[in-house]
Design a protein around this ligand. Structure first.
Ligand SMILES: [Fe+2]
Length: 211
């Protein structure tokens, strides 16, 4: 739930082909999802956060042999209601679930989004997909915060070891839950591999993120 900086469109994710307008079988395609995000989220940095989470989720799906379109949509849409609920964590995701269910979005995507904020539901994450979304969207906050303390503030300059160093420094970007990031272990990955994949994914869309 870390919403650091971050607006826009294209897709040139690691290894994946750009396909537009293709029905994905999840009740929504990428362009529609992005339109929904832009309809409900005014803060451009928040939109960028969603796009970063999408990139990270696609990279994780590639690594784990999961469906990158499905995982990418979950990343893109996960914070849809953050402004509607005024950042209230006791309500965050409730409105998203309602909107996505009304649109007939695939239930597994809705569930992963719902459980990325356990606080609103009293229900625990229990699937690789859930842990990937929670850990993946959270680590984007740590990566952005680390980037912003580099002299040039460029994602491409960020060394992987800096992410790991900042992870241990609890006072740095203190609102970023290290515990949630460590859910990467539920994906069968250690922090080293996980943070490397996520940093590379974000570096691949640095222009979109404006960093
Ligand atoms: Fe988020």
């Amino acid at each position: 739930m870390e919403h650091f900086l971050f607006c826009h469109d294209p897709r040139k994710r690691g290894g994946g082909k750009i396909e537009r307008g293709r029905p994905m079988g999840y009740g929504i395609d990428r362009e529609e999802a992005l339109a929904l995000i832009n309809e409900h989220i005014r803060n451009p940095n928040m939109v960028k956060h969603c796009i970063a989470a999408e990139a990270v989720m696609m990279a994780l799906a590639d690594r784990l042999g999961e469906d990158r379109d499905k995982w990418g949509l979950a990343g893109l849409l996960h914070d849809l209601d953050v402004e509607m609920v005024d950042n209230d964590l006791s309500r965050h995701t409730l409105e998203t679930v309602r909107i996505l269910q009304e649109k007939g979005i695939a239930p597994e995507i809705v569930e992963a989004i719902k459980l990325h904020n356990e606080k609103a539901h009293g229900e625990k994450r229990h699937d690789t997909f859930h842990h990937a979304l929670a850990a993946g969207e959270t680590v984007t906050g740590l990566i952005i915060a680390t980037t912003l303390v580099y002299p040039d503030k460029k994602l491409k300059s960020v060394k992987h070891k800096s992410i790991k160093k900042r992870m241990k420094e609890k006072s740095f970007a203190a609102s970023v839950s290290r515990e949630t990031i460590m859910e990467c272990e539920k994906l069968g990955m250690d922090l080293d591999e996980f943070s490397r994949i996520c940093l590379t994914a974000m570096q691949g869309i640095s222009d979109e993120l404006g960093l």
